[in-house]
Design a protein. Structure first.
Length: 341
């Protein structure tokens, strides 16, 4: 059975101007870039469609001004889209009432942004419990839940600290704990680690991976860092001028970029950690190969052996059946594509 998406985005537009809905309608719902400029409209999200499946992490990337933050705010209806559909478990967010939207945010959505937004006059436990207080949860219950979330993000013993007494990484952990306190099905994160120092950022990425193995949330995560996208995402969506130009796994995107924009975007990606041997293998079966390499092996784990030998290596699938071959020249071409003619 085909799995139903948790989030389904269908032909979503976000246009800024005097009468964006009327403008879209008068241009058949699909104005050109020239028509937008001519009539002084700005299109931040342009005819975007995609699915996010239960437990999946979809990373959305793009240069500044590409529309990625506007898109995630449209998904949560912090900004209302101009046109299109956004379905959460099949329910169209654009058709729900204001009170229904509040309930969805209180019970199904968690949000974490670059700026932590902690309340400076409240201590850690009260910051984490704040959304439960807004929901009307009894004090004892919300504090117990907040303590549970505090333990989950590794901040036990700091219950009574105030935000000013915490490091940047600790403040972000409080923000994460607060967003998880309501037990959301869906998690929206907009560059949550970009303001952190590199070492703390790496630590928070590790923490995020750990939390996801426990919680298995459906996540849309905005970042401008391809290394971060590779570490955290199941799939990556690249945006340019409001459009999604490619959605794929990191390996597929690096191996088969759809255009020069994606190619440039992924040019400095850690190919050795992303691409597998099977992705670069020749379909020709190596006869008499003494050593076999599993197709799923990443290049970084096979490079030393392949580069130190003139031999052909057999590439095998999960059932140890030969499906192709690889040699030193192919490994060099995959690791250093810019050096190829």
């Amino acid at each position: 059975m085909t799995q139903s998406p948790k989030i389904a985005c269908r032909n979503v537009w976000k246009v800024f101007g005097q009468d964006p809905k009327g403008f879209l309608a008068s241009h058949g719902g699909a104005p050109t870039a020239e028509q937008l400029r001519e009539h002084h409209y700005v299109c931040a999200v342009r005819d975007v469609s995609f699915d996010v499946f239960p437990g999946e992490i979809l990373i959305v990337m793009g240069l500044s001004g590409s529309g990625k933050s506007t898109l995630i705010r449209a998904l949560s209806r912090l900004n209302d889209p101009t046109a299109g559909e956004i379905l959460l478990d099949g329910q169209d967010l654009l058709r729900v009432s204001a009170s229904e939207l509040v309930e969805l945010r209180r019970h199904k959505m968690g949000m974490v942004f670059q700026h932590f937004g902690l309340l400076p006059h409240r201590n850690v436990i009260d910051n984490i419990a704040f959304p439960l207080e807004i929901r009307g949860t009894a004090r004892g219950e919300r504090e117990a839940r907040a303590l549970e979330m505090l333990k989950l993000v590794g901040l036990e013993g700091r219950e009574t600290h105030f935000p000013r007494e915490l490091s940047g990484g600790q403040q972000q952990r409080v923000g994460i704990a607060r967003s998880l306190a309501v037990g959301p099905d869906i998690w929206f994160l907009d560059e949550p680690f970009s303001a952190l120092d590199p070492l703390i950022r790496r630590e928070m990425q590790d923490e995020f991976v750990r939390l996801q193995t426990i919680l298995k949330k459906t996540i849309v995560f905005i970042t401008h860092d391809f290394d971060e996208a590779v570490r955290l995402g199941d799939r990556i969506a690249i945006m340019n001028e409001g459009r999604i130009v490619q959605i794929a796994s990191a390996e597929e995107m690096i191996s088969n970029p759809v255009n020069d924009y994606v190619r440039q975007f992924t040019r400095h990606a850690p190919r050795h950690r992303v691409i597998s041997v099977g992705a670069i293998a020749s379909p020709a079966i190596a006869t008499g190969a003494a050593t076999a390499i599993r197709a799923s092996t990443k290049l970084e784990d096979a490079a030393a052996m392949v580069l130190s030998s003139d031999a052909d290596f057999s590439v095998t699938d999960a059932d140890n059946r030969a499906i192709g071959s690889i040699n030193r020249a192919m490994m060099i071409a995959a690791l250093y594509p810019a050096s190829q003619p």
